[in-house]
Design a protein around this ligand. Sequence first.
Ligand SMILES: NC(=O)c1ccc[n+]([C@@H]2O[C@H](COP(=O)([O-])OP(=O)(O)OC[C@H]3O[C@@H](n4cnc5c(N)ncnc54)[C@H](OP(=O)(O)O)[C@@H]3O)[C@@H](O)[C@H]2O)c1
Length: 283
Amino acid sequence: MKVLVTGAGGQVGQALQKLAPSCGIDIIALDRQALDITDQSVVRERVREHSPEVVINAAAYTAVDKAEEEVEAAFAINAQGAENLALACAASDIPFLHISTDFVFDGKKEGAYLEDDTAAPLSVYGKSKAEGELRIAAVSQKYIILRTAWVFGGAQNFVSTMLRLAKSHKELNIVDDQIGGPTASDNIAASLLKIAKQVQKAEFQSWGVFHYCGAPAVTWYGFAKTIFEHCADAPVVNPIPTEDYPVPAERPKNSVLDCGKIKQVFGIDQPDWQKALSGILGK
Ligand SMILES: NC(=O)c1ccc[n+]([C@@H]2O[C@H](COP(=O)([O-])OP(=O)(O)OC[C@H]3O[C@@H](n4cnc5c(N)ncnc54)[C@H](OP(=O)(O)O)[C@@H]3O)[C@@H](O)[C@H]2O)c1
């Protein structure tokens, strides 16, 4: 089975390339240089040229704080780029798998977010991703949008930042009133590959939005404490409220996603992020 992956240089893009061979999937991996998803005609050309059976979009503008200033770039990639791919897939009648985010929600709900809860993004990044979801749904039918959260496992993420800071700081203040489900890029990639196989079947009809994130839910402070359990020279970690760590983009306080639907439709279990973290940090 042939799957085209965009954004192949990113966390999820690289994990997809690593895991595909063991799933019997042949990946056409296109990084930003090979395919800029904001270019509609090139997107259509590449999809036609490679004639994949499924397209996975792992490309995105993910610099959450920078997006507050680079609004145009965030929307060009996360909204227009997503639409370009959805259109190209629809034109070739192939399934389109796209990744979205917990940041489409405002975090004010008590309890885990369901797929059909109202999107109310707080940040430019969240708005651009929510717009991407709407545009995909408007131009295609055979799509899966996988909303995930707090991705780690690649080169740049919360885990790598904590490990870097641990080298230069004896004490760190970490936000303790935002809660979410850290998710390993390998787990996301494995789920997308499993989904790619299932959506290819003629009888598959359950298109739409799915939630997928790690369990158990934790705050950034709790996540940091667990990361430092793997470090010999761990800094002291202090819990602080969001107000004490001002950043340009507002984040949802509650990012927890209910993952019941993906289990029911695809048989995919919620992953244990602590296990994935131990795998990465080697303990
Ligand atoms: N990271 C998180 O915590 C998180 C949380 C929830 C959801 N998500 C979603 O998960 C997906 C994967 O995220 P990730 O963490 O793997 O992101 P990532 O590591 O930042 O990778 C994104 C990749 O997209 C590429 N890209 C940017 N603009 C592009 C364009 N115009 N055309 C083609 N490629 C382009 C980037 O290339 P350059 O590096 O060259 O710019 C990068 O390689 C995204 O949809 C993201 O919104 C992420």
